[in-house]
Design a protein around this ligand. Structure first.
Ligand code: 4F9
Length: 234
């Protein structure tokens, strides 16, 4: 998969996507990531990317011309153009899986008060938000989404981790995990996990996952019951 990112802060992308699993995905060629500075598509001396909003009000709006030029020079027929902004639909694991189906993605990181609406009307295929909070710009959301999508690409995760992902797609939070020592500062690992009884261990984990989900994320249980918007299993 090839992912292009259009941003005002290309330096923000060095670091988070240069380590660990995503680094290996890039080195193996399974993920081709290109970060582009929106200012490279301006033509004035000050490399202006924003302007005051028509109708007045606070803040600045990203001008349409550099974004149109950039997107038109970066896309092909198959590219899915995605705007990261607080008015987008809420990103989740099902949308991560959906995005793996595209050969090319182009993320536009909105900043300031937003982008000229004509960008949304004519260039953008989808708009995504990573949650209901205000950030300074869409750069961190773009990195979050790239991480979530890249690890789903074929060959990026080892078999162990892939199997682990399957268990999350059942729609419950994880059960508690323990490793050695069996007693640490007088806190013992639950005896059932040391019993070797795999049926009992399965049952305990299921109960724990359900209890934890009911306490921390009751919305996930409602989703399961109504069958609404559950993560697609494939
Ligand atoms: C983008 C917040 C995506 C959440 C962009 C201010 C944003 C955001 N998800 N907030 N600019």
């Amino acid at each position: 998969m090839k992912i292009d990112v259009l941003t005002l802060f290309p330096e923000m992308f060095s670091g988070p996507l240069d380590e660990s699993i995503i680094r290996r995905a890039r080195e193996s060629g399974r993920l081709e990531l290109r970060i582009h500075n929106l200012r490279d598509w301006t033509h004035d001396r000050h490399r202006t990317v924003d302007d005051r909003p028509f109708g007045g009000g606070p803040g600045m709006v990203l001008k349409p011309e550099p974004i149109f030029e950039a997107v038109e020079s970066l896309v092909n027929e198959q590219t899915r153009v995605v705007l990261l902004g607080p008015t987008g639909r809420r990103f989740d694991q099902a949308i991560a899986r959906e995005l793996t189906q595209y050969e090319n993605l182009l993320f536009i990181c909105a900043s300031y008060e937003g982008v000229d609406e004509r960008v949304r009307e004519t260039l953008v295929d989808d708009e995504l938000s990573i949650g209901d909070y205000v950030l300074t710009n869409g750069n961190l959301p773009a990195m979050v989404i790239i991480d979530a999508v890249a690890r789903l690409l074929p060959g990026v995760l080892g078999d162990d981790a892939s199997a682990h992902d399957e268990s999350f797609s059942h729609g419950l939070l994880e059960y508690p995990h323990y490793t050695r020592p069996a007693e640490f500062r007088e806190i013992r690992v639950p005896e059932v996990l040391l019993s070797g009884n795999h049926a009992e261990i399965e049952k305990w984990r299921r109960e724990q996952a359900l209890a934890r989900t009911a306490k921390m994320r009751p919305d996930l249980l409602e989703k399961k019951e109504t069958g609404g918007n559950t993560a697609k299993t494939k």
